[in-house]
Design a protein around this ligand. Structure first.
Ligand SMILES: [Zn+2]
Ligand SMILES: [Zn+2]
Length: 179
């Protein structure tokens, strides 16, 4: 979904689009939950507009997820995925826990700050009024302007999946997808 904003002072427009993104890391066999790149709305000073930007979860998050996956049974989603990909359950469990291990290793060695999904810049600041619960933004200050961006409309658009490396840089799509 896209959210359209208009500045109440200068009249300029901005649009927030939540971009689906994954970390396409070596050794990960297929797209699965562990590789999801989390994001949140931010102002990018290079793009000079509202963007979707990486939200780094940190190594502890991935360690906990791996631990939880090892302890838990398979979810409904996992079972659907197994059916969809024709995999045996043990093979599926191994693939997913290997994927968690790979993203955990990448998180441990991550050097870069979170990046703008559009241009890769780290010169971003998250929109402070972003409400994590509702995923709604109502208004936020327009940087370098006296006004505020006010939400004026919602719209629906289709947007392609982004593939990122371990430092959050965009990769060419599909090069690491073997399935
Ligand atoms: Zn303005
Ligand atoms: Zn940018």
């Amino acid at each position: 979904m896209a959210i359209e904003f208009e500045c109440d002072s200068c009249g300029s427009n901005a649009r927030y689009v939540g971009r689906p993104a994954v970390y396409a890391l070596d050794g990960i066999e297929f797209l699965c939950e562990p590789v999801t790149a989390y994001s949140r709305p931010a102002w990018c000073y290079k793009c000079n507009t509202l963007v979707d930007a990486e939200q780094l979860m940190g190594a502890n998050f991935y360690a906990q997820q791996l631990d939880a996956f090892r302890r838990s049974g398979l979810s409904e989603h996992d079972r659907e995925f197994i059916a969809l990909t024709n995999r045996a359950e043990p093979q599926y469990r191994k693939s997913i826990s290997d994927a968690w291990k790979i993203v955990l290793s990448a998180a441990r060695v991550r050097l870069s700050k979170p990046r703008c999904f559009t241009c890769g810049s780290i010169e971003i600041s998250y929109i402070p009024e972003y409400d994590l619960e509702s995923h709604d933004i109502l208004s936020f200050p327009h940087p370098n302007c006296s006004g505020s961006f006010v939400r004026v409309a919602n719209s629906f658009i289709n947007i392609a999946l982004l593939y990122l490396d371990g430092e959050g840089r965009r990769k060419i799509a599909t090069e690491h997808l073997k399935d």
